[in-house]
Write a protein that binds this ligand. Sequence first.
Ligand code: ATP
Ligand code: MG
Length: 558
Amino acid sequence: MTDPHQSAAPAGNFIEQIIRDDLATGRVERVVTRFPPEPNGYLHIGHAKSICLNFGLAAQYGGDCHLRFDDTNPEKESQEYVDAIIADVQWLGFEWAGPVRYASDYFGQLYEWALYLVDNGLAYVCELNAEQMRDYRGTLTEPGRASPYRERPAAESRALLEQMRRGDINEGKMTLRAKIDMAAANINLRDPVLYRVRKMAHHRTGSEWSIYPNYDFAHGQEDAIEGVSHSVCTLEFAANRPLYEWFVDNLPLPSKPRQYEFGRLNLNYTVTSKRKLKKLVDEGVVDGWDDPRMPTISGLRRRGVSAAAIRQFCNSLAVAKTDGVVDIAQFEHFIRDDLNNNAPRAMCVINPLKVVVTNCQQGELLSAANHPNRPELGERQLPFDAELYIDAGDFSEDTTLSRKKFKRLVIGDYVRLRGGYIIQADEVVRGSDGEIAQLNCSLVAGTVGADGPDGVRPRGVIHWVSAQRSQPAELRLYDRLFTNPEADGGDGELLEQINPASLSVVADARVEQSLAEAPLGVTYQFEREGYFTREGSASDRLVFNLTIGLRDSGRGQG
Ligand code: ATP
Ligand code: MG
């Protein structure tokens, strides 16, 4: 793991170097990048890296970044995904140049270019089925064999392609293939398929098309149409680059884009594959793409992670020509850092223990700063009453615990209530079941915002709320979704690596009165407990999602 402080704002990654050279030599006049999601799922944290990189490069070099949907596979795509992706890119804080673009806008032009290849003897209609095609393709060590349809006359291929396009050919019967080199060491060049028959409605073009281009035939040509200068993608496409260049060299394209690959973001304990995330949704492991445990942009948002934290994390990542795995702790560092600086403070008692302040004559209103170092965030009122709640974990019957080890309440000793009085614990009151029902305490007068008299030295500071003037709240405590740091590595057993304790619900926590009307989506630091965000549900019941604990190791108390 790299130190995030060290790697923030890198001096210049290898793509920036290429761009600077291209601008200096005049190969490129204007930098145009694009973020090209396929609308077959929601965006995840891995996509955020690509978004920050592409929009960041355009901004840095005074160019444009396009948002273009790679919607060439109607089977898996939908308008729901398009809408979610647009919302997520906007929420992340990026603005694309021009309209939202779609590969499907270019279907007509792509088809024209397919005909061009056919007419120039560079593509043919092949009637091998999928299995035969695999067999003819050869292996890494053996060359492929030519399809028996490879040398059919161009006019015949053209007529068949037109029939495919009209819907006269059944699925699986014919494909259009580029005529490149069946002996190429790179298997992508062994007469790759350009078009398949797919009798399937498309979410944008309806039933207009019966054939759809595959990724390789679409992507570079879309880049060329849009004047993309630097087409940045992840490393797994490196082997597709020669094919990308073959189209650039062999088609009359309006511009000559180039592809560059960088290492994708992999995070331990995290799955960054839309296919796998979809499985979690489909199998009901989570309650949707925006479940707060999901590494999706929408899940992170619902959990209370800010767009700024995501951007800062992404900008801290190396843009390299190798893949690596980033420690989730690096992401969490940016989440905490952002919240520590920005989240208003509040008090929430997770496991309430009633305290009766026996010498409290009447209730009063104390006030507390919303943030320790940001006076501009103002103050709120804290009702103080004779009956309070503290956390059961902040009291121990073991009076032999040293002051150093246990900085909380024991009988006969003192603690400070955050923003309030110093109190002393006097007596435990038990219920009929023998359990502690209540703690009788006494306050030390004159200690709000002031030290105690001689001999009154609090062991520590604990949080609290008034019993009457506080609100019941439900807390949803999230832990990692996966138990295995390498959950993304394997395939089969994804569902066996789910952390059974990834969600636990506290039904009866108490939050301070000022949170009665807490706005949805605002993240608070519940002092000594963690960062929590009001859940975006319509019910008036208060529900807070745990965004993240205060420290690396869970929600430990101080
Ligand atoms: P997935 O495997 O999750 O479906 P994908 O690459 O198929 O991802 P696309 O919608 O095609 O998803 O991705 C859009 C862009 O985001 C591509 O340029 C892709 O390279 C990039 N991208 C996807 N995953 C990551 C990742 N983990 N890290 C960096 N960039 C990514
Ligand atoms: Mg993809």
